[in-house]
Design a protein around this ligand. Structure first.
Ligand SMILES: [Zn+2]
Length: 380
């Protein structure tokens, strides 16, 4: 007899980290997942019936803005929980200057697990009204290194926005300098790439294994697709050497034609994330991570691929594979339950591109650290 706290029974488990997509139970003791031996009798203090639902590891939104109250574009982190998201990575909202406030308020004050990619620009990305300063002479390398060394479990990467309107006259200099800083502190660099100041091929060629090219399917300026409709050669080379491609869709940082061309070419994203901000939360253009995942289902990716791109893959990118993003033995007891609902819903993005999404991952319940933190009223 195995005595546990919570049993989520008879759902369809989708756990790409373990190659599982089959009916089964999820068992939780304390804040960990337990996988009882075959045939063991499980007695649970609480049983949830999940028949007809999909049960996945708690989702990881690898790119969002959750420094709520600290920047003009951020949302409150715990608004992620009703979307099945149990881990969110803040993508450079905070730089070193406001970091202690970010840590105390957004990280320690939240139920959802918050990790971050620290902006190389000291003030962070605080507003959409004007870009952050990316003069490499202003990068405070010693303070960045000291902060990264002090909070290694929280700061999982550095972030830079390498768009022409952000870098201005500095061109590729800020990216080169940021790569040097990332190398010095031993962290991946996450690079915003819309409207790059060079060809996407040239930008991709600069990135190192483990670095993240985000907004990979953007349609502004030079894109990852060449005139013949194929992924560019240095983009392919970057993937082959271990650069990760994150969609970070946002309202405007993705293009349906680019996505279709990339997928037709066999170029799937490693990570699917939202780039969620206050302007896109619960709005038709982004809404939240399950809606973005549903769009990639519609684009032709499989359920295992989209769930993997929001669980196993970001967990690996964060150096937390096996602990997060899986329902394997000993993993954090973070679980999401979804109904897959059929209904044609028209969705648009800020570029005016439209698509009809017919299957929707609708969150039914979220478990974070072994506790039920969200439940749809009719999910009993
Ligand atoms: Zn962003």
């Amino acid at each position: 007899m195995v005595e546990v706290d919570l049993l989520i029974r008879s759902g369809t488990i989708v756990d790409p980290a373990r190659n599982v997509e089959a009916p089964g139970d999820v068992v939780i003791l304390g804040n960990r997942i337990v996988v009882p031996p075959d045939g063991a009798v499980v007695r649970a203090a609480r049983v949830i019936e999940a028949e007809g639902c999909l049960v996945t590891p708690g989702l990881i939104d690898h790119h969002a803005h959750v420094f709520g109250g600290g920047t003009a574009l951020s949302v409150l982190p715990d608004l992620m929980l009703p979307m099945g998201v149990t881990t969110v990575v803040d993508a450079g909202s905070s730089g070193i200057d406001a970091f202690e406030v970010f840590r105390r308020v957004s990280v320690e004050g939240s139920r959802v697990r918050v990790l971050c990619q620290l902006n190389v620009s000291s003030a962070g990305q605080i507003t959409e009204a004007h870009p952050e300063s990316l003069d490499p002479a202003h990068f405070e390398r010693r303070r960045i290194a000291a902060l990264a060394a002090r909070y290694p479990e929280l700061i999982r990467g550095l972030k830079i926005r390498c768009g022409a309107e952000v870098v201005g006259r500095f061109g590729l200099e800020p990216l080169r300098a940021a790569l040097e800083v990332a190398e010095e502190v031993g962290l991946p660099l996450v690079v915003h790439t819309t409207n790059p100041p060079c060809d996407m091929d040239e930008l991709a060629a600069m990135l190192r294994p483990g670095d993240v090219l985000c907004h990979c399917f953007h349609g502004k300026g030079s894109t990852m697709i060449n005139a013949e409709g194929h992924a560019k050669p240095k983009v392919r080379e970057a993937r082959a050497r271990g650069v990760l491609f994150d969609t970070a869709d946002a309202r405007t940082n993705h293009s349906y034609p680019v996505i279709r061309a990339a997928l037709a070419d066999g170029f799937r994203p490693d990570i699917i994330s939202t780039d969620l901000t206050i302007s896109s939360l619960f709005g038709n253009m982004v809404f939240g991570l399950p809606v973005v995942l549903s769009r990639y289902l519609e684009h032709g990716m499989t359920l295992a691929e989209v769930v993997g791109a929001a669980t196993a893959a970001p967990a690996r990118a964060l150096g937390l594979g096996g602990t997060l993003g899986t329902l394997g033995e000993g993993a954090a007891a973070d679980v999401a339950v979804f109904a897959l609902r059929e209904r044609a819903i028209r969705m648009t993005n800020l570029a005016g591109e439209e698509m009809t999404v017919r299957h929707h991952l609708v969150p039914q319940m979220t478990v974070s650290g072994g506790e039920i933190v969200y439940r749809q009223v009719d999910f009993l």
